[in-house]
Write a protein that binds this ligand. Structure first.
Ligand code: GLU
Length: 532
């Protein structure tokens, strides 16, 4: 039987979740689901300088929001699938749970283990103590920079500190680090699942610090030990970690462990092909959520940042489970992936059209509730059914939820303010405009109340067809010239402006139907008064 794949997402709690990190999490998830494997969440919090309060909790929230369910690791809530699994409360993060048999899943809770392994490497001759003070290291680096040499530790402590001196210094509790002893003159080679054969010259690799002077491991040591302990089969991560891989491979070799399969995902780029950065736009998932991008759209978009389904597939809109069905490593690209915000907008617009009206309404509320035109609207214009009707029309043009209602304010107002001139169609005289508005009024008055009723959650809207046909017939009858050409604008333009007060808006039929017969007539009366 083939071994189950085990994939982990191993973020460091350094702030909001970067889009690049989110992509790693998504690909981890998709690969795990696609291969029927396990998905594990591990927290890599060994860099105390970069730690941000609340970042662990916010990471958990983002994964939960996206629906990237994992089987094992660190959880925020008690929503644990299997009652029999080991569940412990985290020592360092109260309220956070660790679930699974390969814990701790939070690195700051495993310091003793890392230290033991680091000392083992020293004993085996693969690592050494370094007592260099930060000042000395700084001087060394400055010299190397001045001479344009790579910033590599000069092995002073390996070559000049005797075993007796080491023991004495350890006894005196001198501050030290443990460094990996990179073998010289070797070419390290490995097969990357995305990039194929990758080679590194060991002479260019630094003697990486494995254990820091504060007793914490560096990322490299903890990452390798945990991937081994947790029986990870595939490490899927951003290209920025590629240069660390030779160090990791050596650690696997020195510990006598089999390395996992590595897959390094392409860099994310700005439109100008520079590395994706805050300076050119938002990089945190949270920023996009705040702007009203739907999670389905963000997932859909991010999935395509470095992957496509191949096989001549032209479909562009995919649900998370459809993506998991299709996802495979062979279609991950090597080249950088450009973050094209226009594409995200387009995908978001598709998703806004795709979800149910009820769903759209529920997700729009938090945005509407920050807007004055909504807050100041009378109760009947904030009623669920009314807002759903507005959304059923507005969503055809909506790109992001933070724009919700912005082009539809006239639906929420009790009085419209617009320039009388706006009512004029082409070269029409005022009396002609007035006549046209009168005609619209009579037409509306003659229509049945049921024509203004529709269920916004139901796509078929026959009543709207009736309103439209009625007006088209009136236009034909009244505004057709001798050549048989009908100038519909003469009827519909003043009507639409009277109902909306806007130069651009949805069709007057849709607006009238939502406003209802009484309010539409009222707005027509006001327009007629303006012309008096
Ligand atoms: N803790 C690393 C990060 O923050 C994990 C890198 C890896 O997946 O090995 O991205």
């Amino acid at each position: 039987m083939k071994n189950k794949t085990r994939v982990r997402f191993a973020p460091s709690p350094t702030g909001f979740m970067h889009i690049g990190n989110f992509r790693s999490a998504l690909y981890d998830y998709l690969f795990a689901v696609h291969t029927g494997g396990d998905f594990i969440l591990r927290i890599e919090d060994t860099d105390k300088k970069r730690f941000v309060e609340g970042a662990v909790e916010s990471l958990l929230k983002t994964l939960d929001w996206a629906g990237l369910e994992y089987d094992e690791g660190v959880f925020q809530t008690t929503e644990i699938k299997d009652d029999n699994t080991n569940v412990i409360e985290s020592k360092n993060y109260p309220g956070v749970l660790e679930v699974g048999e390969f814990g701790p899943y939070i690195q700051s809770e495993k310091l003793e283990v890392y230290k033991k392994y680091a000392e083992q490497l020293v004993k085996d001759g693969h690592a050494y103590y370094c007592f260099c003070e930060p000042e000395r290291l700084e001087e060394m680096r400055a010299e190397q920079a001045a001479e344009k040499r790579p910033p590599i530790y000069d092995r002073y402590c390996l070559n000049h500190v005797t075993p007796d001196e080491i023991n004495a210094k350890l006894k005196e509790n001198c501050s030290y680090t443990i460094r990996l002893k990179i073998p010289k003159d070797e070419t390290l080679e490995f097969e990357d699942a995305v990039r194929g054969k990758v080679k590194f010259e060991t002479n260019l690799v630094d003697d990486q610090v494995l254990l820091k002077s504060d007793g914490f491991p560096t990322y490299h040591l903890a990452n390798v030990i945990d991937d081994h302990d947790m029986q990870i089969t595939h490490v899927i991560r951003g290209e920025e970690w590629l240069s660390s891989t030779p160090k990791h491979l050596l650690l696997y070799r020195f510990f006598g462990w089999t390395p996992p399969i590595f897959a390094h995902l392409p860099l994310l780029l700005n439109a100008d092909k520079s590395k994706l950065s805050k300076r050119q736009g938002d990089v945190a998932v949270e920023d996009y959520i705040k702007k009203g991008y739907l999670k389905e759209a963000i997932i859909n978009f991010v999935a395509f940042l470095g992957w496509n389904p191949g096989n001549g597939e032209t479909q562009e809109i995919f649900t998370l489970s459809e993506l998991a069905d299709k996802f495979d490593m062979t279609h991950v690209h090597k080249g950088g992936a450009v973050f094209d915000i226009k594409k995200l907008d387009w995908i978001n617009a598709q998703w806004i059209k795709k979800i149910s009206i009820l769903d759209l309404y529920q997700r729009s509320l938090e945005f509407l509730e920050t807007k004055d035109f909504y807050l100041n609207a009378p109760a009947e214009k904030k009623a669920e059914k009314y807002v759903k009707k507005v959304l059923s029309v507005e969503r055809a043009r909506l790109l992001k939820l933070d724009e919700v209602g912005e082009d539809a304010k006239f639906f929420f107002k009790t009085a419209l303010h617009y320039d009388t001139e706006l009512l004029r169609w082409k070269e029409c005289e005022d009396f002609e405009t007035k006549k046209s508005l009168q005609l619209s009024k009579e037409t509306l008055e003659g229509m049945a109340d049921v024509d203004f009723e529709f269920d916004p959650e139901n796509a078929t809207n026959e009543a709207l067809q009736r309103i439209m046909q009625t007006f088209m017939q009136v236009a034909e009858k009244n505004f057709t010239d001798e050549d048989g050409k009908t100038d519909r604008g003469q009827l519909l333009w003043p009507l639409r402006v009277a109902l909306t007060g806007e130069q651009w808006s949805p069709s007057p039929f849709e607006v009238a139907q939502i406003l209802g017969k009484a309010e539409s007539l009222e707005r027509l009366d006001k327009a007629i008064q303006k012309l008096n």
